[in-house]
Design a protein around this ligand. Structure first.
Ligand code: DX5
Length: 220
């Protein structure tokens, strides 16, 4: 089994000192940094445009991934790749032509990801695995940090793990939402290998580096 990756969400960061916060995350030993991009339409919140990501790009060499919680993501793919994201994740629910969108992300030179809201069945990605580098199973309803983990999604994670293993493809299986040092155990047992943490990591009393280490240990 591949070693777990710990990827913080920037959502809870102090946006008045974003560059320093991103550098701080890099110092903490994270594997990648996730930008929760929200357009106020697909989800009821509005967050980071590509220029914000490009500005933060100068603060660290740690890889960036963009989680596009937006409608019509095809319009924005190139903007986030140009801003410095190596991995771009779109929502299956926002893509009438998901196969073409994922291939489009790869044509831009980035790795492709597809996210599933809690209600969306895993079969939705069954016919696009060849175009996919990462599947993200949302363990909260997207839009805000600090929500409670949905354990019911673990059966979906297990099903996705079987689909990925049967495909023989090197596809990362990521979970996002309510991940803490306790909920990560169930998510890892279900088969996830990439873990997004926002509020828990930013609020960890022993600091982010200790938090990253604890999450990594619990996921192993
Ligand atoms: C939801 C966001 C959050 C964020 C992580 O739309 O995607 O899940 O990344 O937030 P926490 O870890 O605070 O649930």
């Amino acid at each position: 089994a591949r070693s777990p990756l710990i990827v913080p969400s920037v959502l809870p960061a102090d946006l008045g000192r974003l560059g320093a916060e991103v550098a701080d995350l890099a110092e903490a030993g994270v594997d990648r940094i996730q930008w929760d991009v929200m357009d106020g339409v697909f989800v009821p919140n509005l967050t980071f445009g590509p220029d914000v990501v490009a500005a933060a790009r100068r603060s660290t060499v740690v890889p960036f991934e963009a989680h596009l919680m937006v409608v019509e993501p095809d319009r924005l793919l190139h903007r986030y790749v140009e801003a410095g994201c190596d991995l771009v994740i779109v929502h299956a629910e926002a893509c009438p032509h998901l196969h073409r969108t994922l291939a489009g992300i790869r044509r831009l030179g980035a790795r492709s990801g597809v996210a599933l809201n809690p209600h969306t069945p895993p079969e939705v990605v069954a016919h696009v695995l060849e175009e996919t580098d990462l599947v993200l199973a949302m363990t909260v309803n997207p839009g805000f940090g600090g929500q409670a983990y949905l354990p019911a999604v673990e059966s979906k994670v297990a099903r996705l793990r079987r689909m990925i293993d049967e495909s023989g493809l090197a596809i990362e299986l990521e979970v996002d939402g309510g991940i803490t040092d306790t909920t990560i155990v169930g998510a890892a047992e279900a088969g996830a290998d990439v873990f997004i943490s926002g509020s828990w990591l930013f609020d960890h009393p022993d600091g982010k580096a200790a938090g990253v280490d604890l999450l990594r240990r619990r996921a192993t």
